[in-house]
Design a protein around this ligand. Structure first.
Ligand code: NI
Length: 238
């Protein structure tokens, strides 16, 4: 992702002593666009596996790798594991989270267009329009069912990472005219600020504000939206 709010990173699972045979901190190699694992639909995780030491190790390795490369999120297929797990930071004030078998539902036709990058497509940025408000249901790293209504940047991060689980990269959805290499992006700025910007970029609808609202996981997406709506309105007005 393009922006990551710096946070004090605290490992979720304490790192075992280095003297413990066969166990150490692992920074995993992030696959660059090309291997089939980035284009495959990843397999669901058996909920019974979530609390096993092996699965916790995978989660910690994903968190450590995301932190090492300053990502806002990382999906398991990016480290060659074709399973439906993402780690991500929704909000700078909260730590990173683990989502297992996430299911996303768009809650609005309004889109939010932001510049995205991806650890698997190194050195590029491009502008992607995505639904500005979504519902997501998932299992957390203890196997508990959780759900959020997300709006703005957190909704973008969630959609970008969960797309990886279906073999989709942001460049598939980016407006090709906005793609830029990173040094040029830094030098010339956003392509949509150019005088000859594509007309669809001249969007005068105000952006929806960022919001992360946890909702009961047993609600439908529509019920969750009804519950979250008062908070979404206040964040929109900010
Ligand atoms: Ni990515």
């Amino acid at each position: 992702m393009l922006v990551r709010v710096p946070t004090l990173y605290v490992p979720r699972y304490p790192t075992p002593p280095l003297s413990f045979p066969g166990v150490s901190v692992a920074i995993l190699k992030v696959a660059q666009m090309g291997p089939p694992v980035l284009r495959r639909v990843a397999e669901p995780v058996d909920p019974a596996a979530i609390r096993t030491p092996a699965f916790r190790r995978v989660c910690q390795d994903l968190l450590d790798t995301m932190d090492e490369y300053d990502g806002a999120g990382l999906a398991a297929p990016q480290v060659h594991l074709s399973v439906r797990v993402v780690v991500l930071t929704l909000d700078g004030s909260e730590g990173p989270e683990v989502w297992v078998n996430p299911v996303l539902t768009p809650l609005t036709d309004r889109t939010s267009a932001t510049y995205e990058g991806c650890l698997s497509v190194e050195g590029m940025r491009g502008r992607v329009a995505r639904p500005a408000r979504i519902h997501v249901r998932f299992l957390d790293d203890e196997g508990a069912e959780r759900a959020y209504v997300l709006q703005g940047f957190p909704a973008v991060v969630a959609q970008h990472e969960c797309d990886h689980l279906d073999g989709v990269l942001y460049i598939d959805k980016a407006d090709p005219r906005t793609l830029a290499f990173l040094p040029e992006f830094r030098k010339f700025g956003r392509m949509d600020e150019y005088e000859d910007a594509p007309p669809e970029d001249l969007d005068d609808e105000p952006e929806l504000g960022d919001a992360v609202i946890e909702v009961p996981a047993d609600l439908s997406a529509a019920e969750a939206l009804a519950l979250a709506e008062p908070h979404l309105l206040s964040s929109e007005e900010e």
